[in-house]
Design a protein around this ligand. Structure first.
Ligand SMILES: [Zn+2]
Length: 490
């Protein structure tokens, strides 16, 4: 089910339109009766519009000329000269569309010009995606401005070939959350998340990791699981947007292996089992077989179990009992807990959480405002991590979390206008979440197509409002520092 567009505010609609996410078949569990998605139509070839017919599909960022995609094995035509392509990869320049799509409204796609980081916007995250489309169709989608979506890069499954669509200096519309678009580089991988094992080849992992290491060095992105995020870890900007957020790269992306390829392995120290300790899940991918189910196709009717398979998550339960119900996310009520796209029940590999209680072979963490349990014999699935933690300030019964970290209204001077933040979760008093990042409020005001980057029309709004990022559940969230206390941990 998609969020009810009719109930969305004009601002929300605008954000949705301009910073929209791509909806893919199977993205929303329980989607019986769902209208055929854009991606379904795309896949059926019903919405193709040649980029060349619209003109101005590419955007010359001044670094290099356009390059056509070559067959496998072609020498890299651009990478030697392009500082945003790792020198040891095959990395083609494949410009995404940057063009007006409706002259009457001025709407456009598929990204915003910017000058990161010199314009004041830090590039702080890299978001890992899967396409759920073929390589060729993904390129067509990103080169058509009607789609209002594109990532900076795409990595091919068969050989790790990289297509660069958008310079990382620009803000691509890939994360479905404007704040994370502002601060991230989006990397798509040619794969279908529900059958990731078939697509996540050695070459794909290796070349993707080279790209991420290169970009992290160049833009100062920390190589940890607070900053190298799956799209499934990016929150919606409002309650109405939680349910439609994407779940790629999904349960089969091997985060443990990927972080090792990034030369930033996950923590290896033993979990002492002491309440209040920051811990990470590191279950060993190959031996971590998990059950699941999925609704195949676009009808939403073909729902069935999938074979047990190595996965990057464990299921979370409401009590230390294998028969206890799975935890439930407030926005996903009614979704079967074992659907692979139901992220609300799944503790993923790598992010830091706080151990709430240890009971025999069961561990509980604070997760989504609950105490969530998983079997952890001998604490073999977890490792001790290092982090400060946050908890609601003394006297508060709950404290709010947000999907963005914007400035206060007073920071928005004409021609900009205040942008509201909507609470997406409450943290109950006494719960603790690991501090993953700190920042102050900012917002990129970029509302129109421009022939070239123009700082008088594309404005970075900032103030000193302090925020803390945490992994609140499977996804991250932002806390205002004014609502929380910072606590040291063992
Ligand atoms: Zn995605």
């Amino acid at each position: 089910m998609q969020p009810a567009t009719a109930s969305m505010s004009a601002l929300e609609q605008n954000r949705s339109r301009r910073h929209g996410t791509l909806q893919r078949p199977g993205d929303a569990a329980g989607s019986v009766g769902r209208p055929r998605s854009f991606w379904g139509l795309r896949a059926a070839g019903l919405l193709l519009t040649a980029c060349s017919l619209l003109g101005a599909c590419g955007e010359d960022d001044g670094l290099h000329g356009s390059g056509a995609m070559g067959p496998i094995g072609d020498p890299p035509p651009q990478s030697a000269a392009d500082p945003d392509c790792p020198p040891s990869t095959v990395c083609d320049d494949t410009p995404a569309a940057y063009a007006i799509r409706d002259p009457n409204t001025g709407s456009y796609g598929n990204y915003d010009l910017a000058n990161r980081p010199l314009d004041g916007q830090e590039v702080r995250y890299i978001v890992i995606h899967t396409t759920d489309l073929s390589w060729d169709l993904t390129i067509k989608v990103f080169q058509d401005p009607q789609n209002a979506a594109a990532a900076h890069y795409l990595v091919r499954s068969s050989d790790g070939h990289i297509a660069k669509f958008i310079s990382p200096r620009h803000v691509a519309w890939h994360a479905g959350n404007w704040y994370y678009n502002m601060h991230s580089i989006g990397i798509e991988h040619e794969a279908y998340a529900f059958e990731g094992h078939k697509w996540f080849s050695d070459a794909l992992y290796a070349e993707s990791a080279k790209l991420v290491r290169h970009l992290a060095r160049r833009y100062g992105v920390p190589l940890d699981r607070a900053h190298i995020l799956g799209h499934d870890e990016v929150p919606g900007i409002s309650p109405a947007r939680q349910k439609s957020m994407h779940w790629d790269p999904g349960p089969y992306w091997d985060w443990d292996r990927y972080m090792q390829l990034l030369r930033a392995p996950l923590p290896s120290d033993a979990d002492p089992g002491q309440s209040g300790t920051p811990i990470v899940l590191r279950p060993g991918y190959a031996a971590n077989l998990q059950k699941g189910s999925y609704c195949f196709g676009t009808s939403g009717m073909d729902c069935r179990d999938v074979a047990d398979a190595p996965a990057n998550f464990v299921y979370l339960r409401t009590a230390a009992d294998p028969m206890a119900p799975l935890v439930e996310n407030q926005y996903l009520k009614g979704w079967p807990g074992d659907r692979m796209n139901n992220w609300g029940t799944k503790l993923g590999t790598g992010p830091i959480y706080v151990l709430a209680e240890q009971k025999g072979d069961w561990s509980a963490i604070y997760f989504g405002g609950q105490k969530a349990w998983f079997q952890n014999p001998g604490r073999s699935l977890t490792r001790k991590a290092s982090a400060m933690v946050i908890t609601p300030r003394t006297g508060l019964t709950t404290a709010p979390l947000y999907g963005v970290a914007y400035p206060q209204d007073t920071a928005f001077m004409p021609p900009t206008k205040p942008v509201a933040m909507e609470k997406i979760y409450d943290v109950p008093a006494g719960q603790r979440y690991a501090l993953a990042a700190r920042t102050t409020g900012d917002y990129y005001w970029a509302k129109e197509w421009v022939a070239s980057y123009d700082p008088s029309k594309q404005i970075v709004v900032k103030d000193g409002t302090e925020y803390y990022q945490v992994h609140f559940n499977h996804r991250v969230a932002w806390a205002r520092a004014a609502d929380f206390e910072l606590i040291s941990t063992p």
